[in-house]
Write a protein that binds this ligand. Structure first.
Ligand code: SF4
Ligand code: SF4
Length: 176
């Protein structure tokens, strides 16, 4: 099946770690929109190693309740990067991509909105063109798209157990 795929290309050579992308993303996803700026609520985070002049913008992907055993080191242009530097998973090994108040996972939604944006907000905010937006036609396998609501529910079930969450939802359903 062919599908239009929306992608954000990252050029590591151009990123200087300014974090404007984080601010733009968090402002766009604030409620109401643009009412606050808080990078800890951003769905893009810049993994930073100032000593080694390394800045890697990564976007939040899927929630996972267990951390992986990734221990690979990638050498790019003479710099060493850990595997985690490129991973967008919302995992227990780090604090990235978790709402600071609720602890629920934050996933990149490509700034889907009505009316749609010409380009995602993080791309618009990046004045150095370290992030560029592209749309391509690709042959892909049928995918099951998990909504943010489902991701949030999954993380609550992992934390409190299915029975507890089911009981809470049942109680809520019977309230006036
Ligand atoms: S806005 Fe661009 S240059 Fe600044 S941290 Fe984000 S990706 Fe890097
Ligand atoms: S595409 Fe939108 S939601 Fe995703 S990281 Fe960029 S600004 Fe955030």
């Amino acid at each position: 099946m062919k599908k239009k795929v929306r992608r954000i290309r990252v050029n590591l050579d151009k990123c200087n770690g300014c974090r404007a992308c984080e601010m733009a993303c968090s402002a766009f996803h604030a409620t109401p929109r643009y009412s606050s700026v808080n990078p800890s609520r951003s769905r893009i985070r810049v993994v930073t190693d100032i000593l080694n002049d390394e800045y890697v913008p990564i976007r939040a992907t899927d929630y996972t309740k267990a951390q992986c055993d990734g221990r690979r080191v990638y050498t790019i242009n003479g710099k060493d990067y850990s595997e985690c530097s490129f991973c967008g998973s919302i995992c227990p090994a780090r604090d990235l991509f978790k709402d600071p108040d609720s602890g629920l996972p934050l996933k990149c939604d490509m700034c889907e909105s009505d009316p749609p944006q010409d380009e995602p907000l993080c791309v618009q905010a990046c004045s150095l063109d370290a992030l560029t937006y592209e749309e391509v036609e690709e042959e892909i396998e049928e995918e099951i798209k998990r909504s943010e609501v489902e991701l949030g529910l999954q993380s609550l079930v992992d934390r409190y157990g299915l029975v507890e969450i089911r009981d809470i939802v049942t109680r809520m359903a019977h309230r006036d």
